[in-house]
Design a protein around this ligand. Sequence first.
Ligand code: ADP
Ligand code: MG
Length: 266
Amino acid sequence: MSTETVIECRQVSKNYITREGVTPALENISFTVEKGEFITLLGPSGCGKSTILSLLSGLIRPSTGSVLVRGREVIRPLREVGYMLQQDYLLGWRTIKQNVQLGLEFQHKRIKEHEEDALSLLNEMGLSAYLHYYPGQLSGGMRQRVALARTLATNPDLLLLDEPFSALDFSTRLRLEDLVIDTLRKKNKTAVFVTHDISEAIAMSDRIIILTSQPGRIKKILDIPPVLRDPLPFDTRDIPEFQTYFQYVWKVMNEHESETSTTSYT
Ligand code: ADP
Ligand code: MG
């Protein structure tokens, strides 16, 4: 089976220019993502992970280099990209069902077939009993499941997931990791996921891009071995190789202590 390159980042750098001066956020970032891959950007706070997602989504442009999605340079936000953030951004005055239909409305896709897909997504997320509830009546984990359903409702080929679980308690997080991976695998979606959590990165990913900070550079790109890649994230954490791999990633992230000793991992 031939692979299809969905994302290509070519020697991308990004400087933010503000009144205080220039912040070099990213330097010489190059990587590709193939169709169906789940790739994680792992690195300390401030290393430019969210900036990479903003570049991939077309919300901002690189200072130098180029970003291509399916071979075409990204110069504006693309419809085939779904973005999910740490905060769920659900609208408090709309019901769960209406929130999930929001993306369809923006894209003028409110036809019966899509509406049915949206409802079946809510069903897959275990939310069919809550269609007429308001976001304020749901727990954090349920709200993120609604946000995931909303992101998937427009049927994006590419998902950008920016620390979507970081505000959740640990057990909710573990359950959502499995739900996300299971759903994306079944639908053969491509995803770029952001986290600063090594365990989460290993449990979920096909590949991990480890970044250094200020400016963010690629320190290493790691292929996750099949023994850790194939099971669902919860089961991956139970495999003996998981601990070994964790130690390895930890070591890679903390090489050159002098560079990283002042960096916080929160
Ligand atoms: P991460 O997501 O890894 O925490 P970010 O991509 O948010 O990192 O930020 C990378 C660097 O760029 C940080 O130093 C941050 O302060 C800076 N930065 C991010 N967004 C902006 C912006 N809109 N204007 C100026 N500086 C920014
Ligand atoms: Mg961020």
